[in-house]
Ligand binder design. Structure first.
Ligand code: AMP
Length: 277
């Protein structure tokens, strides 16, 4: 495995590669969710590239950029075990030199949910992913369903900007009690960790109601919200039953629907989602 920190070093390694390149962009502090992306990339490509970059531009000033967990050596060991070929781990200055002034702005699909709660977030995500794709030039890039809206934003960029990369979305990897794996779970104390299972419980309730033929989206949202409100440590940011393709809020479930949640457990903001059919 080769570890490079500059764009020019990366390009030197990339240039002679002729077979398919599978790319897994991450912010590090890797867990089994990330590693399932790497495993799928390994199975489908002759060269596997992972990036580790905590992207400052996708964090609002009051968010957790500074405290975001980091453990570079452990990440490298985990990526090595998964037979990653190249790790690209640039510095902030490498990605955003002082002259930097070009941004990628995606409309519509970014306007609700995470986009509404975290102004500027998707501009940062869209810009860094576009830059990483231009550097890595992947045949396929792997993203988690855990960040459902992000995956839709990336698919929009690739289609709209005619990028020659296939986007592969991988199912959410969960702990045994259903909590979606996330680098941010490390912020939770034991009581909060227990309380955090309420997200999966609410999503499972939504799926059960849907399987019992409930078509009224508002009824499902209300039942999810009242279940979450029973957990004293939980504060709802949004509960959504949306069109799985456009993320438009649904009144009647007459197509593929996604239940999406953002909930604060204490100070920690968690998101999760589940397909209802
Ligand atoms: P991050 O390091 O949080 O930016 O995540 C990097 C990639 O891993 C993104 O495509 C995430 O959607 C994906 N990911 C994060 N958590 C999970 C999970 N529990 N299961 C599957 N993929 C995940």
């Amino acid at each position: 495995m080769q570890v490079v920190k500059t764009i020019s070093q990366f390009r030197q390694l990339r240039q002679p590669v002729t077979g398919s390149v599978g790319f897994v962009p991450t912010m590090g502090y890797l867990h089994k969710g990330h590693l399932s992306l790497v495993r799928q990339a390994r199975a489908e490509n002759s060269t596997v590239v992972a990036s580790i970059f905590v992207n400052p531009t996708q964090f609002a000033p009051a968010e957790d950029f500074r405290s975001y967990p980091r453990d570079f050596d452990r990440d490298l060991a985990l990526l090595g075990k998964e037979k990653t070929d190249i790790v690209f781990a640039p510095s902030e200055e490498e990605m955003y030199p002082a002259t930097f002034s070009t941004w990628v702005d995606v409309e519509k699909v970014t306007e609700r949910l995470e986009g509404a709660c975290r102004p500027g977030h998707f501009r940062g995500v869209a810009t860094v992913v576009t830059k990483l794709f231009n550097i890595v030039q992947p045949t396929r890039a792997y993203f988690g369903q855990k960040d459902a809206q992000q995956a839709l934003v990336i698919k929009r960029i690739v289609a709209d900007l005619n990028m020659n990369t296939e986007i592969v979305v991988i199912p959410t990897v969960r702990e045994s009690d259903g909590l979606a794996m996330s680098s941010r779970n490390t912020y939770l104390n034991p009581k909060e960790r227990q309380a955090a299972t309420v997200l999966f419980k609410a999503l499972s309730l939504a799926r059960r109601l849907r399987q019992d033929s409930e078509k009224d989206a508002e009824e499902i949202r209300q039942q999810m919200a009242s279940l979450i409100l029973k957990e004293p440590l939980a504060q709802i940011e949004y509960v959504s039953i949306a069109d799985a393709e456009t993320l438009e809020e649904l009144k009647i479930i007459d197509r593929q629907a996604l239940a999406l949640l953002a909930v604060r457990i204490g100070k920690t903001r968690l998101i999760d989602n589940m397909l209802l059919d």
